[in-house]
Each structure stands twice: as structure tokens, then as C-alpha cells.
Design a protein around this ligand. Structure first.
Ligand SMILES: *Cc1c(COP(=O)(O)O)cnc(C)c1O
Length: 427
């Protein structure tokens, strides 16, 4: 067992381990395929009897080095990179469920995840019940049925910015013999390690803080290795009974704690093919090296900007769980004592038109769809993501006409505050 280092050290040193004379920096293995000397050598790979590379749709050394780094950061036993965060969240469900199965998901999740679970997997015969994550455990429990195979939530929800009570959700999932999956995109393992609070599987959109420079779309799945699939074998036949497409291999028997990730690689990547490109994995690795530095700065900037906005007469409310008095402050203190993330939201007093005037007056903060990268950016849900809704529908969706989502970057905080201040003068 390798020594467990602290996150800052893991971010810089883990993953790629060069041997004598090999490149110090992780190389981009920009090759679709890999060479062997004998028929038998390659045959053993196809039988899952040996570990090794043969085709980049399944595995690639650049990707695996980066996945190893993220696994170490989360404290998991195995990880895989996917082409996007959407692919990571789809694979996690597809690896556990089949037609007739059911999942329970927090209603406070990313819009893409909501569509994936509310509409797309439904067409594949997998049903999802959305629950209010702030309801008491007894109420959430009513969503479970005998076909439930997983529970899902986001550490910090995008864009609601609510904080998940991970222990409450883990307790419910385990009482019903199923794993808790936590999308840890906004917190990153620098600020929260959901496995320490009972989560079993973690997913990421690496597109956000992990990449951190808005360069590459990507995703990741990490397994804690803690969930005992065999103790609930009847619920998870895909992991505990023979896979005829691999000569009858039983993943839990042959791969133990790595069963979940091995099955997702061997079956899902083989058949659905959403691998991250090695070039993107390389860029992600560069981003990961500075993740702890950036998260600290994102959080301290977000705190300062949120405090400024909160004290401004033209601002109605600010959502930022790092501020005392925020409804999620206590949960954030428990799960993320060092800070949450750089994304905050706030409401301007006034109309949709006032918000538009404010947005258009910003000089430094850019209007983009993205969040969670080095450059500060803003989005006006009423004009952008929720454009089709009238004011009443907006309020039902928890969005006000004047609400603005602000992803605070790593610029100097005073420059950001001055930009917001001059734009507020225009309202
Ligand atoms: C962006 C995001 C996703 C989707 O990730 P992509 O990389 O854009 O596919 C999933 N979950 C959360 C919390 C996100 O913010």
C-alpha cells in the first residue's frame, strides 16, 4: 500500500509514475491501439485474464494515470474517465440498473442530470423518483420501492447551491441495501470527500473546477470499494452473476473491490464508447495540479463578493453557503469546513429588464454558459437557461426574474467587486 499523502501532494505527484529514463511529465498516449508479440498475449486481454491496453475505446494509459490521481484524491479504490460529466452520471446508473429498475434522486440537481434521469433513462425502462433533499428521512423513504437500485444527490447542487446532507442520504440508501452516488463536481475532493460520510460512488463533471480553465469537457466515476454487492446479490445481478459477453466472468468474484469500475470499463465503454480523449485527459491533469490552490482562491473570492453583494441596497438576497445565516451554512460547516466553491447566486431588486441592464453593464465578468473556471462569469437564468418561462413559472422553479448566477473566478477580488459595483449603478 502506497503512503496516503495530503490532497495538495496527490494533485501534483499521483497518477503518472515514470520509470528510469521515462518522461517526467505525463505523456499523451495519442494512439488508438497497442502492440503485442504473441496471439496468446492479446487473447488473455480479451478474456480479462491479464491487465493491459489494447484499444483506447476501453482504456488508455494517459486516462488511467489521471483516473488514478482522482481516485486517490477521493480516497477510492478505482476510477475511470468518461467523455463528459453526463456520460459519468449515465454510466453509473447503466452499470447498476436495467429495464424495470428504479432510482431515487434529489430534485436539486443539475438540469442535464434532471433530463437524463427524468426523461432519457425512462425511455430505457428505468424509473426515477425525485425527492426534496431537505425533507426528513421518513418522508424521503417513501420514494423507495423493491426495485430501487441507487440513490443520487449533488454535494453542492448546480445551480440551486443547496448542500446535501450526505449522512442522511447514505443512511437511507444503506437501509434499503443500495449504494449512494454523489456528484461531487462543485465541491471537488479538495473541499469534500463524500466517501468519508458514507457515499459509495462519486461522479464528476471534470469540465468544471478540476479542469479549471474551461478547456476540455470530461467526466469521472470513482468507486469507494465499500459497497458489498454480494450481500445484496439479488439486486445487482450484473455484478454478481456471469457475464456471458466475457466468457462468464463474475465481476465481484474476479475483481473484488474493483468490480464496479471493471464492469463499467469492460461492458459499458466497450458497448457505448464514451471514453475521454487522451488529449483532454492530459489537459485535465494539468488542471488538477493546481486544484487546491484554485479552490482556496475561488472560495475566498466568492466569500468577499457575496459579502459585498449582501450589503448592497439593490440586492434582494444572496445564496452562498459560506455566509452565516444562509439556510445551508450549518451543513456546509459540517461537510465543507474549508469552503464550498466559487459559484454563488443573488437576486437584484427589480425586473427582468433591470437584471439585463446589470448584466450588459459588466466589463470584467463575462456572460457565458459555463461555470467553475478561472475567469469570473455570469448567467441570467430568466434570459438564458429558463428563458421559456414567465415570471410565475420562474418562481415555481425557484428562480426569480432578477436572479443572477455568478461563478467567481480567481481574479483579484477588489477588481470583481468594482466591476459589480459600477454595473449595479446602472440599475
Ligand atoms: C456540468 C455538470 C454536469 C454535466 O457535466 P458535462 O461535463 O457538462 O457533461 C453534471 N453534474 C454537475 C453538477 C454539473 O455541474
Amino acid at each position: 500500500m502506497e503512503k496516503t499523502y495530503r490532497p495538495d501532494t496527490i494533485c501534483v505527484q499521483a497518477g503518472w509514475k515514470p520509470k528510469k529514463g521515462e518522461p517526467r511529465v505525463l505523456p499523451i498516449y495519442q494512439s488508438t491501439t497497442f502492440k503485442y508479440d504473441t496471439t496468446d498475449e492479446m487473447g488473455r486481454l480479451f478474456a480479462l485474464e491479464d491487465e493491459g491496453y489494447f484499444y483506447t475505446r476501453l482504456q488508455n494509459p494517459t486516462n488511467d494515470a489521471v483516473a488514478e490521481k482522482i481516485a486517490r484524491l477521493e480516497g477510492g479504490v478505482a476510477a475511470m474517465l468518461t467523455a463528459s460529466g453526463q456520460a459519468a452520471n449515465f454510466y453509473t446508473i447503466a452499470n447498476l440498473c436495467q429495464a424495470g429498475d428504479h432510482i431515487v434522486c434529489s430534485a436539486k440537481v443539475y438540469g442535464g442530470t434532471f433530463n437524463l434521469y427524468a426523461a432519457t433513462i425512462k425511455k430505457l425502462g428505468i424509473d426515477c423518483t425525485f425527492v426534496d433533499p431537505d425533507d426528513p428521512a421518513e418522508k424521503i423513504e417513501q420514494a423507495f420501492n423493491e426495485n430501487t437500485k441507487a440513490v443520487i444527490g449533488e454535494t453542492i447542487a448546480n445551480p440551486a447551491l443547496t448542500v446535501l446532507d450526505i449522512e442522511k442520504f447514505a443512511g437511507l440508501a444503506h437501509k434499503h441495501g443500495v449504494p449512494l452516488i454523489v456528484d461531487n463536481t462543485f465541491a471537488t475532493p479538495v473541499n469534500c470527500r463524500p466517501f468519508e460520510f458514507g457515499a459509495d460512488i462519486v461522479t464528476h463533471s471534470t469540465t468544471k473546477y478540476m479542469d479549471g480553465h474551461a478547456m476540455a469537457v470530461g467526466g469521472c466515476i470513482v468507486d469507494s470499494g465499500n459497497f458489498d454487492w454480494e450481500a445484496h446479490a439479488e439486486k445487482f445481478p450484473g455484478l454478481t452473476t456471469p457475464d456471458e459477453t466475457y466468457h462468464g466472468v463474475v465481476y465481484t468474484k474476479q475483481f473484488g473491490k474493483k468490480a464496479f469500475i471493471t464492469k463499467a470499463t469492460a461492458q459499458l465503454m466497450r458497448d457505448l464508447g464514451s471514453i475521454q480523449s487522451p488529449m483532454n485527459a492530459f489537459l485535465l491533469n494539468v488542471g488538477l495540479e493546481t486544484l487546491p490552490l484554485r479552490m482556496e482562491k475561488h472560495c475566498s473570492n466568492a466569500r468577499k463578493v457575496a459579502e459585498f453583494l449582501k450589503s448592497h441596497e439593490k440586492v434582494e438576497f444572496v445564496n452562498c453557503a459560506m455566509l452565516e445565516g444562509d439556510p445551508y451554512y450549518e451543513l456546509a460547516q459540517k461537510y465543507m469546513p474549508n469552503g464550498t466553491c466559487g459559484v454563488i447566486s443573488f437576486g437584484l431588486k427589480g425586473t427582468r429588464e433591470d437584471a439585463v441592464r446589470f448584466m450588459d453593464s459588466l466589463k470584467l465578468c463575462a456572460i457565458v454558459t459555463h461555470v467553475a473556471d478561472a475567469r469570473t462569469c455570469v448567467l441570467h437564468p430568466a434570459s438564458h437557461t429558463h428563458r421559456q418561462m414567465n415570471d410565475e413559472q420562474l418562481r415555481e422553479a425557484g428562480v426569480t426574474p432578477g436572479m443572477i448566477r455568478l461563478s467567481v473566478g480567481i481574479e483579484h477580488p477588489q477588481d470583481l467587486i468594482e466591476d459589480l459595483e459600477q454595473a449595479l449603478l446602472q440599475v
